[in-house]
Design a protein around this ligand. Structure first.
Ligand SMILES: Nc1ncnc2c1ncn2[C@@H]1O[C@H](COP(=O)(O)OP(=O)(O)O)[C@@H](O)[C@H]1O
Ligand SMILES: O=P(O)(O)OC[C@H](O)CO
Length: 496
């Protein structure tokens, strides 16, 4: 048998990675490339989908070269992608229509506020199990159809296609297959999460023609065979990156949860084949679906700004020159000096869903140094996690016993300790740091029989680090109350 590897494409918000994995789930090689972020107006965030495809085309062969592998040794390729980012392109030329509109983009906030109280909104919320928010793809498609002359008519004729990043990449990889998977489709506001197909009523609500939508498929199962980047290799899986991380962390059983700390942070709790509706501001989402099996669902606490607050501290305030320096700076002081930063840069996501909120720094006095600000930046990620964990405990009726973490910010020991302290549960990080890619690889490998079953994959999970809670309960609750008072000050900042 010459097939020895599975390759994952992790198409993230800031960069694209191609990673080669072996049968033990170990990383053999990695090739990575950042892409340009476009901020044309306040609140707008765009990517060039053509640039992202060029990166995939280059990184795939590069990762194989670094592994010393040939294409015929690749059993399958899996895709994990930034979710909700909206790409439209011309079916004939394959050219994107303008830039992709990124998940953090808030240009649809006025439209979303109006739609939220429009007739039919309750049905959209019920079928999608999502709040009406700028975060999801549906309003972005509407915005693009409204702002490019003639696009609505072309979309109705099926000349212009919609996709999130996995759809765009599969279309390019296969030379024209127009498909999505259930996890990505569940982030559009257009899917009925019970039937796992597009809802005609929700499409009518947004005025989006079905002809422009991809076919919805299970996340794990052969989508087709690549003709570009990995010619001849089967595409075995596509998953939203956060669902891929849940899969890569082997959270296959109801009650298992992970939080990925990247640009934003996303805590997902597997709820099994039952869709649990949140009454505390979380999303219900599809966790994954293996072809021929029922879908598994998850409750999700989505936090828009965590690692990107560190980037802001580095790039806009220029108080550090690299992300890891924030820990060194934060360690120059013993506490936050009474200062809290609430990074409501894109409004607040879970559990508040307030698009009119904007960020605040509170508790400033002449005592505050940049060390205190660095602490407040890191602590913001921890307090936001505490809010979604509280919501999750309330929704599920189960208290979280331990939190599995991954993502770039988990390199920060001060932050990980603070998270254990404010949650009052152990925080554990696996040896396999690239859980998003691993999840995509696991899915693709399962689809083609490279790995036999889920149980086998569990054996690959090994603990690399653990942080145990040490904070005294009184201090934890006082500081949490301060944080919540700070959050309240972000509300109603943007006024219509
Ligand atoms: N040592 C660190 N301390 C705090 N934040 C960090 C550290 N290292 C990286 N980060 C943050 O983590 C993020 C990158 O994580 P990553 O998982 O690669 O993100 P993504 O997949 O969302 O692009 C960046 O926003 C960066 O600011
Ligand atoms: O690409 P990431 O890691 O920032 O993840 C983005 C999420 O999928 C947005 O929902």
């Amino acid at each position: 048998m010459t097939e020895r590897y599975v390759v994952a494409i992790d198409q993230g918000t800031t960069s694209t990675r191609c990673i080669v994995f072996d049968r033990r789930g170990q990383l053999v090689s990695l090739a990575q490339q950042e892409h340009k972020q476009y901020y044309p107006k306040p609140g707008w965030v765009e990517h060039d989908a053509a640039e992202i495809w060029r990166n995939v085309e280059r990184l795939g062969p590069e990762a194989l070269r670094r592994a010393g592998a040939t294409i015929d040794q690749v059993a399958a390729v899996g895709i994990a992608n930034q979710r909700e980012t909206t790409v439209l392109w011309d079916r004939t030329t394959g050219q994107p229509v303008g830039h992709a509109v990124v998940w953090q983009d808030t240009r649809t906030d006025t439209m979303v506020s109006e739609l939220d109280t429009a007739p039919g909104a309750e049905g959209v919320r019920h079928r999608s199990a999502l709040p009406l928010a700028t975060y999801f793809s549906g309003p972005r498609i509407r915005w693009m159809l409204d702002h490019h002359p003639g696009l609505q008519e072309r979309a109705e004729r099926g000349e212009v296609l919609f996709g999130t990043m996995e759809t765009w990449l599969i279309w390019k990889l296969t030379g024209g297959l127009h498909v999505t998977d259930v996890t990505n489709a569940s982030r559009t506001l257009l899917l009925d999460v019970h039937t796992l197909d597009w809802s005609s009523e929700s499409l009518a609500f947004f005025g989006i023609p079905r002809a422009m939508l991809p076919e919805v498929r299970p996340s794990i199962g052969v989508f087709g065979t690549a003709t570009a980047a990995f010619p001849g290799v089967r595409i075995g899986a596509a998953l939203g990156d956060q669902q891929a991380a849940l899969f890569g962390q082997t959270c296959f059983a109801p009650g298992e949860a992970k939080c990925t700390y990247g640009t934003g942070s996303f805590l997902l709790l597997n709820t099994g084949s039952e869709l649990v509706r949140s009454t505390h501001g979380l999303l219900s989402t599809v966790a994954y679906q293996i072809k021929g099996e029922p879908a598994a669902y998850a409750l999700e606490g989505s936090i828009a700004i965590t690692g990107s607050l560190v980037q802001w501290f580095r790039d806009q305030l220029e108080l550090i020159t690299s992300a890891p320096e924030i820990e060194t700076l934060a360690r120059t002081v013993t506490d936050n000096g009474g200062c809290y930063i609430v990074p409501a840069f894109s409004g607040l996501y879970a559990p508040y869903w307030r698009s009119e909120a904007r960020g605040v720094i509170v508790g400033l006095t002449s005592y505050i140094t940049k060390g205190h600000l660095a602490r407040a930046v890191l602590e913001a990620s921890a307090w936001q996690t505490r809010e979604v964990v509280d919501a999750m405990n309330a929704d599920s009726g189960l208290a979280l016993k331990t939190l599995r973490v991954d993502g770039g910010m988990t390199a920060d020991n001060l932050l990980m300790q603070f998270i254990a302290d404010v949650l009052d549960v152990p925080v554990v990080r696996p040896l396999a740091a690239e859980t998003v890619s691993l999840g995509a690889a696991y899915g693709a490998g399962l689809a083609v029989g490279y790995w036999p079953d889920l149980e086998g994959l569990r054996q690959n999970w090994h603990r690399a680090a653990q942080w145990l809670p040490t904070m005294e309960a009184g201090k934890r609750e006082t500081e949490y109350a301060n944080w919540q008072r700070a959050v309240a000050r972000t509300f109603d900042w943007i006024q219509a």
